[in-house]
Ligand binder design. Structure first.
Ligand SMILES: Nc1nc2c(ncn2[C@@H]2O[C@H](COP(=O)(O)OP(=O)(O)OP(=O)(O)O)[C@@H](O)[C@H]2O)c(=O)[nH]1
Length: 209
């Protein structure tokens, strides 16, 4: 087994999926992790987990721990704990439900606050779901883009139903996270050369766990 293959087995990223009830978070996670979709709505109580190993350009593999947080947890006591230490956060809304887009401001503020003390800030992505229902869209694409520009976050549109852009959505966030960690790693390296000589650079990737 090559060094890079060995490294990849240890690398896990925590990706938290947030947004209003029924915007499609569980469907998105299920489509991504199990390549399945169910029409029937079953509310998530608390949270669910999914694990999936993905490939990134450059022969890099990572395992994503997807935390699917129930929409009803907004304002609940546990939410801070669920989102703490996330490497990536998908802020999901339903493009046919304007309220689900408006409420993302609250979800966004909450995660930023919960992670104030964390070493690494999460990579955020705004995810407009249900693009298979484009004809019923109530959130204009330019409102979506403005939110992304104002907050410097990654913009994505997906359909958990058809699977359109779902894998790409998770892949893009993982790539963005790894880009940041690698940059942080370079800074640490220059500040701590002695320790790095004893511990080879690849051990630094433990920061992701
Ligand atoms: N047409 C369409 N329906 C979708 C899509 N994604 C989810 N749905 C439907 O929307 C409903 C809610 O989906 P869920 O994935 O359970 O929503 P959720 O955000 O996890 O909801 P909570 O558990 O309450 O937080 C279900 O009936 C899904 O089948 C999509 O991309 N297109």
């Amino acid at each position: 087994m090559s060094d890079s293959e060995e490294d990849s087995q240890d690398r896990q990223l925590k990706i938290v999926v947030l947004g209003d009830g029924a915007c499609g978070k569980t469907s998105l996670a299920t489509r991504f992790a199990q390549e399945a979709f169910g029409k029937q709505y079953k509310q998530t109580i608390g949270l669910d987990f999914f694990l999936k190993r993905i490939s990134l350009p450059g022969n890099l593999n990572v395992t994503l721990q997807v935390w699917d947080i129930g929409g009803q947890t907004l304002g609940g006591k546990m939410l801070d704990k669920y989102v703490y230490g996330a490497h990536g956060v998908l802020l999901v809304y339903d493009i046919t439900n304007y309220q689900s887009f408006e409420n993302l401001e609250d979800w966004f503020s909450l995660v930023k606050k919960a992670n104030e003390e964390a070493d690494i800030q999460p990579v955020f992505s705004l995810v407009g779901n249900k693009i298979d229902m484009e004809h019923m869209r109530t959130v204009k694409a330019d409102r979506h883009q403005r939110f992304c520009q104002e907050n410097s976050i990654v913009s994505q549109f997906v359909s958990a139903k058809t699977g359109d852009s779902v894998y790409l959505c998770f892949q893009r966030v993982a790539a963005e996270i790894l880009g940041r960690v690698v940059k942080a790693d370079i800074v640490n390296y220059s500040q701590d050369t002695v320790a790095r000589t004893v511990n080879p650079p690849r051990s630094s990737m433990c920061v992701l766990q």
